[in-house]
Design a protein around this ligand. Structure first.
Ligand SMILES: N[C@@H](Cc1ccc(O)cc1)C(=O)O
Length: 518
């Protein structure tokens, strides 16, 4: 049996900071503590996640009731780091990988409670509390609270302001005494301490672990592949990344490797009072094998230059791979998890450049349509392409196929970087795209989806867009590309089988299938 003091010691050891220690002690004097740790289900979790996992092991050992929150809605609210369509899949991936990590370090996962944010954050009561909270929170406080967690962008979104409010409410709805998180969460934690009581809810305590730095010296981030070690990286890749890590001989202050060994390797391997030695293997001529029983011994040896960076890196790679091996094994043995990984984090389609990349196709709005003064098969339109220089004049051979009434006001697709050319005396500054059947008896306009934006570019997935300012007519780029413009069985305009797209979806024609576009 542990005393409340022993439990408190275990709960708070190795933390960078905690708030509300007295309240924790009060609870412990009567019963075990209810705690939760939340993670937004965004990018793939990396090895830095071992730090909170080690603390979760401590919490369980101290008899705490621990809940793990997969904050799926938060992943969306933070600049759509997880797009809505991938939300469920990302949350599933997190669940699998976090459970694998816990298992790898010997934590009995059946003692934990796992909860998804959207399973309770969309209830009527919770939603009303969000509104109540928005009505008493200043924009300034909301902004400040999220500053170190929510991605800061040039034009901040409202969702990022609401994020900390929901995190504060989670404490009430998960019915805990205490929230645990990285020290980066500090401002959200103090926000919660200030505002929950205003809503008539209990003020919670907060536990904060230190953040481990990225291997190149900065914060570990998914956007810098060399600074981040993924939980499913191969053993060789782990060794290679550590080899490249920033680690100066004798420097113990700015040393991501040592920081990682201190925050993860020692705590994880000494859970439950286990004996552990950090082992370094090296040839006799470099001092032979050594083992360090405490982090302090290791640090001292490194500071005194008795341990070389190369040897520290190799030894850390071995220790880390021991933690990762069971996780890799779970994935290797599960086709389902491999599939989930690909679905939750679809690899970006590599883009290619072809002649279509050089075209500049834009959404235009037809403002007016006149008959051409000399040619009865031609129209002269004014078309708005959203340009500061005003609408363009464009001549089109559509008079026999489309009435003026039908044409006026329509959204169309305009080839906007053709060299301006005269048609029977009228200068045309572009070309309206249309599909036609083989004997040219039916011609139909290409129609962007109705909420497309005037002036936006038509895109083709998988193809780069690098339009020429003006296409040289001698090279016949447009003509060459147009050979591969064709409408599908669903009347969608395609280039080599890829739809013409705007922000509102594919571009279509009224009825022509398998028809050429020009
Ligand atoms: N803010 C946490 C995620 C989180 C979300 C909601 C919570 O209630 C708790 C935690 C993070 O940065 O990952």
């Amino acid at each position: 049996m542990q005393t409340p003091e022993q439990k408190f010691e275990l709960i708070t050891r190795n933390l960078q900071e905690y708030l509300g220690g007295d309240r924790i002690k009060e609870v412990l004097a009567e019963r075990d503590l209810n705690v939760y740790w939340g993670t937004a289900t965004t990018g793939k979790p990396h090895i830095g996640y071992f730090v909170p996992m080690a603390k979760i092991a401590d919490l369980l050992q101290a008899g705490c009731h621990v809940t793990i929150l997969f904050a799926d809605l938060h992943a969306y609210l933070d600049n759509m780091k997880a797009p809505w369509s991938l939300l469920k899949l990302r949350a599933k991936y997190y669940e699998a990988v976090i459970k694998a990590m816990l298992t790898s370090i010997g934590v009995p996962i059946e003692k934990l409670k796992f909860v998804f944010g959207t399973s309770f954050q969309l209830s009527e009561k919770y939603t009303l509390d969000v509104y109540r909270l928005t009505a008493i929170t200043s924009v300034r406080d909301a902004k400040k609270a999220g500053a170190e967690v929510v991605k800061q962008v040039d034009s901040p979104l409202l969702s990022g302001l609401i994020y900390p409010l929901l995190q504060a409410l989670d404490e009430e709805y998960l019915d805990v005494d205490c929230q645990f998180g990285g020290v980066d969460q500090r401002k959200i934690f103090t926000f919660a301490e200030k505002y929950l009581p205003v809503l008539g809810y209990k003020k919670r305590s907060h536990l904060m672990n230190a953040m481990v730095g990225g291997l190149s010296g900065s914060k570990m981030s998914s956007s810098d592949p060399d600074s981040k070690v993924d939980l499913l990286d191969s053993a060789e890749s782990v060794a290679n990344k550590l080899k490249k890590a920033f680690c100066e001989e004798g420097n113990i202050v700015d040393n991501p490797l040592l920081a990682f060994v201190k925050a993860v390797i020692f705590p994880v391997n000494t859970l439950g009072g286990h004996e552990y030695k950090f082992e370094v293997t090296r040839p006799e001529k470099f001092g032979g094998n050594v083992a360090y029983g405490t982090y302090d011994d290791l640090e001292k040896a490194f500071e005194n230059k008795e341990l070389h960076p190369g040897d520290l890196k190799a030894a850390t790679a071995v220790a880390l791979n021991k933690l990762l091996e069971p996780i890799r094994k779970i994935w290797e043995e599960s086709k389902e998890l491999q599939k989930l990984t690909l679905e939750a984090y679809p690899p970006p389609v590599p883009k290619i450049t072809t002649e279509v990349s050089r075209l500049d196709l834009r959404v235009g709005k037809v403002l007016s349509v006149e008959s051409h003064p000399e040619r009865e098969n031609l129209y002269v339109e004014k078309i708005d392409l959203g340009e500061e220089t005003g609408p363009r004049t464009i001549v089109s051979g559509l008079a026999q196929f489309v009435s003026k009434e039908e044409f006026t006001g329509k959204l169309v697709v305009v080839a906007s970087n053709l060299k301006p050319a005269k048609f029977a005396g009228v200068l045309s500054e572009g070309m309206v795209l249309a599909a036609s059947n083989s004997d040219k008896t039916v011609v139909e306009l290409l129609e962007p989806a109705e909420d497309s934006i005037i002036g936006e570019a038509i895109t083709f997935e998988g193809f780069h867009s690098q339009p020429d300012a003006v296409l040289n007519p001698k090279h016949k780029i447009f003509e060459k590309v147009a050979v591969d413009f064709i409408t599908s069985e669903e009347c969608i305009a395609l280039y080599k089988g890829v739809p013409f797209k705007t922000s509102d979806g594919p571009v279509t024609v009224k009825s022509l299938k398998g028809a050429h576009i020009g």
